[in-house]
Write a protein that binds this ligand. Sequence first.
Ligand SMILES: Cc1cc2nc3c(=O)[nH]c(=O)nc-3n(C[C@H](O)[C@H](O)[C@H](O)COP(=O)(O)O)c2cc1C
Length: 178
Amino acid sequence: MDVLVVYGTVEGHTQKVAKFVATHLEEQGHSITLHDSNKKMEGLWVPSYDAVILASSVHQQRHKGSLANFILSQRKSLAEMPSLFISVSLSIAFEGGHNEAQSYVDHLFSHCNFEADTTLLVGGALQFDKYDYYMNQIVEHIVLAEHELVSEDREFTNWEQLARDLDEFVKLENTKSV
Ligand SMILES: Cc1cc2nc3c(=O)[nH]c(=O)nc-3n(C[C@H](O)[C@H](O)[C@H](O)COP(=O)(O)O)c2cc1C
């Protein structure tokens, strides 16, 4: 399959997720185009791809605006092709955080009037060296408010699970196209 992977990142962890997705699918013989939603991509023609994978991190309860803009501007094409949405947040990494993490996705889909065929809620990362003072305050007092205080960098992404979920998505889409 020719797969378009579009991502929105602030500190870079979702870019790492998108690159993992690309490498994993390329190893299985798929052809991947990676696109940072913050940048212009010359000659991008979404309907030319067999499937699309969208990925964005969450900050202050919202996915990245540039990824939302990509969905809004390409909604018609996206609705007609197999799609997977990967939401990267810290809520999903904490016990009892599933509903909160899902609510971010519900808001995005409702805002964009679009729903991906499959959605994955994936744990993000803490990268304190990339935060300015107020970002640090938000992470400490809002994002981590009711959780154990973590003060060093930590990655919460379950890469093995992500690989299994990607395999499942590809298998499903291959079955549909047979
Ligand atoms: C300022 C700030 C606000 C955040 N707000 C939320 C939030 O509201 N909910 C959440 O689950 N995670 C939140 N996070 C965690 C990010 O989603 C997580 O760090 C993610 O890995 C960032 O990915 P990125 O590096 O691709 O931007 C926040 C992180 C920062 C730095």
